[in-house]
Design a protein around this ligand. Structure first.
Ligand code: IDP
Ligand code: MG
Length: 148
């Protein structure tokens, strides 16, 4: 079992895609163990994208992420990190495969609606950063029909 950090970015919220995006993770069979919405402060945004701090797009990225509400989610499942990245699709919406979130709704690199952790270490870091209060522990009865 893995848990991954997924976040609908301000463009996804502005475009009214919250239920569409959230529903795809839910219907896939992942288990929701964290959910909240906030307008991120600059500190959390900078920490989240610290690996990109030297890139030319970094200032614009921080301005974008702090520009309005994001939806923070934690999803649990077998190989949840890779499964979520597959649902999300390639970074640039123009290259992302149809059927993925970015492939179905995106036309841009910066405005790509959603974030998903890319490895176990980044997932652990991002979950701790965005959910310092911890995640929910609950019995998911549906799970018995998702995994044989
Ligand atoms: P990922 O979100 O698919 O993991 P990363 O390469 O980790 O992609 O980049 C993080 C985020 O930074 C992207 O989702 C995108 O919003 C933004 N970004 C990446 N490259 C560019 C760029 O060349 N121009 C503008 N924004 C970019
Ligand atoms: Mg990334």
């Amino acid at each position: 079992m893995e848990t991954t950090y997924v976040m609908i970015k301000p463009d996804g919220v502005q475009r009214g895609l919250v239920s569409e995006i959230l529903g795809r993770f839910e219907r896939k069979g992942l288990k929701l163990v964290g959910l909240k919405s906030m307008v991120p402060g600059e500190d959390v945004a900078r920490a989240h994208y610290d690996v990109h701090k030297e890139r030319p797009f970094f200032p614009g990225l921080i301005k974008f992420i702090t520009s309005g509400p994001v939806v923070c989610m934690a999803w649990e499942g077998v190989d949840a990190i890779a499964v979520a990245r597959k649902l999300i699709g390639a970074t640039n919406g123009r290259q992302a495969e149809p059927g993925t979130i970015r492939g179905d709704f995106g036309m841009d690199m910066g405005f790509n609606m959603i974030h998903g952790s890319d490895a176990p270490e980044t997932a652990a870091f991002e979950l701790g950063l965005w959910f310092p209060e911890g995640l929910m522990s609950w019995d998911n009865t549906m799970g018995a029909w998702v995994y044989e």
